[in-house]
Write a protein that binds this ligand. Structure first.
Ligand SMILES: Nc1ncnc2c1ncn2[C@@H]1O[C@H](COP(=O)(O)OP(=O)(O)OP(=O)(O)O)[C@@H](O)[C@H]1O
Length: 213
């Protein structure tokens, strides 16, 4: 499957494939994602969406093909501070509060001007929970605490694995607003979903992964 962007690609893959024990998981596929674009990666459970994102994030080696980030062959170091991966594992420390988690995050990955961790917590609908240990939050509240990173991080590339999972309709609207604002300031996003029902941007391109028999 091939998708082509209207602008120079921030992230590009050609002939990208991944296999485990000689069993293909996805690909070969081509994709290109320009600044200001969102690409929705769809597919059934087990079709390889998470694996694709992990390969694009440099967390798993590609079996075949080439990935380029900002015009150069992908190196994990080049993604530092420029790409944000939000996976099924939210990466929150359960014994720390929401605000402490976000402070830890911005110390490592940087912070956009004009927003504090406390303000980000309010904006994701967790006002009053900032000092609460994360282990006391519901699944959807934990997801919102993780999503607050999207408000704070200066990253140009978002790799979001099932960002709508566990969210109520207000949370789903929040993710769509975050994606729209990111695209409007020139950011690029790859978003996975096993059902596209939550995703509202009608202009976004779709990449569909097939479940291997
Ligand atoms: N760590 C692993 N070791 C071995 N096989 C794995 C591992 N992780 C995933 N797989 C296999 O790779 C295939 C793709 O998994 P992946 O998690 O990428 O799918 P997905 O499309 O993200 O699924 P879902 O919609 O359920 O999140 C599946 O067949 C899965 O069983």
């Amino acid at each position: 499957m091939t998708t082509s962007p209207p602008t120079a690609a921030l992230l590009e893959a050609r002939g990208l494939a991944f296999a485990r024990n000689d069993e293909p998981v996805f690909g070969p596929l081509d994709l290109a994602l320009g600044r200001g674009e969102t690409l929705l990666v769809e597919g059934d459970n087990g079709s390889g969406k998470t694996t694709l994102l992990r390969v694009l994030a440099g967390l798993l080696p590609a079996g075949a093909g080439e990935i380029r980030f900002d015009g150069a062959p992908l190196r994990r170091e080049a993604l530092a501070g420029r790409a944000l991966f939000l996976g099924h594992q939210l990466g929150l420390k359960l014994d720390l509060s929401c605000i402490e988690n976000l402070r830890h995050f911005v110390a490592l990955y940087g912070q956009r001007d004009g927003l504090t961790p406390a303000a980000a917590i309010d904006q994701v609908g967790l006002a009053g929970y900032g000092d609460e240990p994360v282990r006391r939050l519901s699944a959807g509240q934990k997801k919102r605490a993780a999503l607050a990173r999207l408000l704070l991080a200066p990253a140009e590339l978002w790799l979001l694995d099932e960002p709508f999972a566990n969210l109520d309709r207000h949370g789903i609207a929040l993710v769509n607003r975050l994606l729209a604002a990111h695209a409007a300031r020139g950011g690029a996003a790859l978003v996975t979903s096993h059902g596209a029902v939550s995703f509202v941007d009608p202009s976004a391109r779709h990449l569909c992964l097939e479940l291997r028999a």
